[in-house]
Design a protein around this ligand. Structure first.
Ligand code: OAD
Length: 242
């Protein structure tokens, strides 16, 4: 099969070996919290202090972790792949960009970004946010929230993602449980539009049956292996054949 346009979807599993917890642990909690207490607009309206505390802790944690071999391999693929490539991550950490990835999009927002509900500005944010955060654009205090897509909100850049999926001839999903839409449906869109589909995950995901090819294992091992295969076959000037 010939391909040159690659779309890669990543989830929490790709950052697990860096030391960041995945979302769906066996106890069903996110770092000890129920989803509806920390990841919905209603939770933020009800208890902004708790929501800020939750995301401030996760933002602080970024300073203690490093990209792993899977992030580094994808950054290398991004740098060396001559065709179209888009990494769509559901992760709100910054490990893909710290590894060097550039053709990257955060569909669920970023811990290192703030959003002012007063003036609608978005801006980089690296410290604790808290309820007393001041918007650097309009200077209003108390209306800045984490720039994270919560349950019930629309993921970012869906038009761009859908266009890339329709053009893709290879779709690869890495470290995601396939439990959250719309990301869980990307494999079907890509396959319907003619792409070869590959899942790399520790275990078969909920949507595993939609993939043409599956590789089970640690992202830190399987992703560098796969990237090596892809770049090894490429002559860097024309679409490759698998
Ligand atoms: P999940 O926690 O649901 O799934 C992580 C997946 O990674 C699981 O299928 C694990 O088996 C797999 N996994 C764990 N460690 C791995 C490793 N070392 N190598 C490979 N795979 C590994 O996380 P997501 O699918 O990313 O959304 O969750 C999707 C969305 O749910 C998140 O973006 C978040 C949450 O709601 C928002 O915050 C909007």
């Amino acid at each position: 099969m010939m391909f040159s346009n690659i779309v890669i979807l990543t989830g929490a599993g790709i950052s697990a070996e860096s030391g960041l917890q995945t979302f769906r642990a066996s106890d069903g909690l996110w770092e000890g919290h129920r989803v509806e207490d920390v990841a919905t607009p209603e939770a933020f309206a009800r208890n902004p202090a708790l929501v800020h505390q939750f995301y401030d802790a996760r933002r602080e944690r970024l300073g203690e972790v490093e990209p792993n071999a899977a992030h580094v391999a994808l950054a290398r693929l991004d740098a060396e792949w001559p065709g179209e490539l888009l990494i769509v991550t559901q992760n709100v950490d910054d490990l893909h960009e710290r590894a060097g990835a550039q053709r990257l999009l955060h569909m669920h927002g970023e811990l290192t970004s703030g959003w002012c509900l007063g003036c609608n500005a978005r801006f980089g944010w690296s410290e604790a946010m808290g309820e007393a955060a001041q918007c650097p654009a309009c200077e209003t205090v108390g209306r800045v929230r984490p720039d994270i897509v919560w349950f019930g909100e629309m993921p970012y850049q869906m038009e761009r993602i859908e266009a890339a999926l329709m053009d893709a001839d290879l779709f690869v999903s890495i470290g995601t449980s396939g439990a959250v839409y719309p990301a869980a449906g990307f494999v079907q869109t890509a396959a319907y539009c003619g792409a070869h589909t590959l899942e790399i995950n520790l275990e078969p995901s909920q949507g595993s049956m939609f993939f043409a090819e599956r590789r089970c294992g640690l992202a830190g091992e399987e992703v560098p292996k796969w990237v090596g295969e892809v770049l090894g076959y490429s002559d860097h000037s024309s679409p490759i054949s698998l």
